[in-house]
Design a protein around this ligand. Structure first.
Ligand code: CA
Length: 366
């Protein structure tokens, strides 16, 4: 395949494995020029690829221009020697092969992109320290779900977490992020997109049917964009009391809210007074979000950090602006599964990360 250009200073073999919205690339650079002590391989993306992480090289991207610098241990490249490194990234509308490879400024010949008929991505070699402690030192005990996502070694959710797009799917994507984490070095990342019926979730394979009578949910969540005025959802719990429709946590009018899919009731009511009794979800920082869902009574509690949010509290006494509408339905919920992701019903896109997710029949701390 790649002819070794005798007059070139280097040769690049670029092997890409891609899927909708993401890719990994394995890059082998062979030095055909004088020996190097310290190297930088540069190239240009002609699509909208964005590198999110790399191994065995330090990769930075400015606009379309990408620079991979040696990782120290592989800084020496004798004539004829090769270094290999890998990276992971995202793309949205196009991901054509990169162009203009150059090693320390000298254009590379030969090589090129190997068509994506290559084996599935393998686990990147660990270049980050392994996780040391369980989330917050917590003991998972008898929790139904207790995940720090550290066992997610591929670029896409797998095993106990499966991608799903209930009802309909748009352009939103889910991935395992090794660059942003609340614990360890991995979290679940959702690139949520605007647009009606743009659904992208990752569902735990755990059955929550036996959890309770009060189901306690704890997650650490981080996002980039303030909750919009329009209705969005980022947690969805299929609920047998609604015939399988979902109990949903998301936002509307800039603040957190619960929504019941079957009758579209909201908690709090979306009056200005009700909305003010909820809270925005702060951006660009990890937030501890906890729920207590009573499966024996129409009661629901929500904590953001250590605060029991008054507008996200339903009890047996209908309160105007808060749970009067919610309590119009008296059948208690029976959640059976947990999905984390993004569901837009109009405007609003967001990038979210989830980590240290626990579902238990006993209260869970942050
Ligand atoms: Ca983690």
């Amino acid at each position: 395949m790649p002819a070794t250009g005798a007059d070139s200073g280097c040769r690049v073999d670029h092997t890409v494995n891609k899927w909708t919205g993401g890719y990994t690339a394995q890059i082998k650079v062979t030095n055909l020029g004088p020996a190097l002590s310290g190297w930088r391989l540069t190239w240009t993306y002609t699509g909208d690829q964005q590198v999110t992480s790399a191994w065995n090289a330090t990769v930075t991207q400015t606009g379309d221009s990408v620079t991979a610098a040696d990782a120290g241990f592989n800084r020496t490249l004798a004539t004829g020697a090769a270094a290999e490194f890998g990276l992971q990234g995202t793309w949205r509308s196009a991901d054509p092969a990169p162009v203009g490879f150059a090693l320390n400024g000298t254009p590379c010949g030969g090589g090129g992109t190997v068509p994506p008929t290559t084996p599935p991505p393998t686990t990147p070699p660990p270049t980050t320290p392994p996780p040391t402690t369980p989330p917050n030192g917590a003991d998972c005990g008898s929790a139904v779900i207790c995940s720090d996502f550290e066992d997610q070694t591929g670029p896409a959710p797998s095993g106990a977490w499966q991608f799903t797009a209930p009802d309909c799917q748009g352009t939103g994507t889910a991935s395992v992020d090794t660059a942003v984490a609340h614990s360890g070095s991995r979290s679940l990342r959702i690139d949520g997109e605007a647009g009606y019926c743009n659904h992208a979730f990752v569902a735990s394979t755990a059955d929550l049917s036996s959890a309770g009578p009060v189901v306690y949910v704890r997650m650490w969540v981080r996002h980039t964009t303030a909750l919009p005025s329009a209705h969005v959802t980022f947690v969805s719990l299929p609920d047998t009391s609604q015939g399988g429709r979902s109990l949903r946590v998301g936002g509307q009018n800039g603040a957190l809210q619960w929504n019941r899919e079957s009758d579209d009731a909201t908690l709090p009511a979306q009056s200005p007074v009700g909305v003010a009794l909820s809270r925005p979800l702060p951006t660009d920082s990890w937030q501890c979000l906890r729920f207590a869902i009573d499966t024996t009574a129409p009661a629901l509690d929500t904590w953001l950090g250590d605060e029991l949010v008054p507008g996200l509290h339903a009890d047996g006494v209908p309160t105007q602006d808060i749970d009067q509408q919610w309590l119009a339905r008296t059948t208690p919920p029976r959640p059976t599964a947990l999905r984390l992701g993004w569901e837009s019903y109009g405007t609003g896109d967001d990038t979210l990360w989830f980590d240290d997710v626990t579902v238990d029949s006993a209260p869970v701390g942050c």
